[in-house]
Ligand binder design. Structure first.
Ligand SMILES: [Zn+2]
Length: 289
């Protein structure tokens, strides 16, 4: 079938290779792929140090359509997913609604080059989100201590106080919130959880800022980004918490928009997955999905 004469939208697309088929439709944006692309992807990842040890599991996830590699109409890059881009040619995200990870790229991405690093890091990151969503108790057993440590560091940097007990309570609540995220409106749960901030500071302004951040990050990402631009102090507290956990952080690992951690602790495992040199716990998570 000649796809070019069949779909008007495709006229505007990056020249897609022949023999592709639609593998998903995300809010009207079609995603295309084929077995050849999957094979090239698996071959490249089987040589990559990060994913080599779990390549069999990755292959299995692709077969089960839990992980999908595809090309998209370029509109998808200019609109909704722009924010998720780590690199203008590749993006990846976990769709909770579809319970599926999409790795999307333009056709100029060639496996076997620097792009392999970007792809491997994006995939291991998204697999942590999927792990939390699919196997919450295993996620908790592997990452609870790191999640508590992160929150405690964040509180230390932001509120200038350490309170491991509150950090633990906060971690437990945040894990519960993330676990029920697919069900929808969580604002009242987030409000309840962030009330804990009141026992960490006597400054109403500081408490309100952290509470607004948690709420906006969930409800209005544009407003959230504006908030972080006004209060670099907030951003620094997130970054510094990772630096407290890992002395080593590369420049590109700082190019994320922190904040999701406040209600979604899987972000902590996801960000850590590309910073932490010892990958064994991340592999354990991947093997359980
Ligand atoms: Zn993430």
């Amino acid at each position: 079938m000649d796809i070019y004469s069949n779909d008007h939208n495709l006229q505007e697309m990056f020249a897609l290779p022949f023999g592709v088929k639609e593998i998903a439709n995300l809010g009207g944006s079609k995603i295309y792929g084929n077995d050849k692309l999957n094979k090239k992807f698996i071959d490249a990842m089987s040589k990559h140090r990060t994913l080599k040890p779990v390549i069999g599991n990755i292959e299995n996830l692709i077969e089960r359509k839990k992980v999908s590699v595809g090309w998209v109409h370029k509109n998808i890059f200019s609109l909704a997913f722009m924010r998720l881009l780590n690199n203008f040619h590749i993006c990846a995200f976990y769709s909770m609604q579809h319970d599926r990870i999409f790795i999307l790229m333009d056709v100029n991405v060639t496996f076997g080059f620097a792009s392999d690093d970007v792809i491997a890091n994006l995939l291991i990151h998204e697999l942590m989100h999927m792990g939390q969503s699919n196997k919450p108790s295993i996620f908790k057993s592997i990452f609870f201590d790191s999640v508590v440590a992160y929150y405690d560091f964040f509180f230390q940097n932001f509120f200038e106080t350490s309170n491991p007990k509150i950090a633990k309570q906060y971690a437990t609540g945040a894990l519960k919130i993330e676990g029920s995220m697919a069900k929808g409106n969580l604002i009242s749960d987030i409000n309840k959880l962030t009330k804990l901030f009141e026992s960490l500071s006597e400054e109403p302004g500081l408490i309100a800022l952290a509470q607004d951040a948690a709420k906006l990050c969930y409800t209005n990402i544009n407003q959230y980004i504006r908030l972080t631009q006004h209060y670099p102090y907030l951003m620094n507290a997130f970054f510094k918490a990772y630096k407290n956990m890992f002395s080593y952080m590369r420049y590109e690992q700082t190019r994320f928009t922190p904040g999701q951690e406040l209600y979604a602790p899987s972000e902590i495992a996801a960000i850590s997955s590309s910073i932490d040199k010892n990958k064994s716990k991340y592999y354990k998570m991947i093997k359980s999905i």
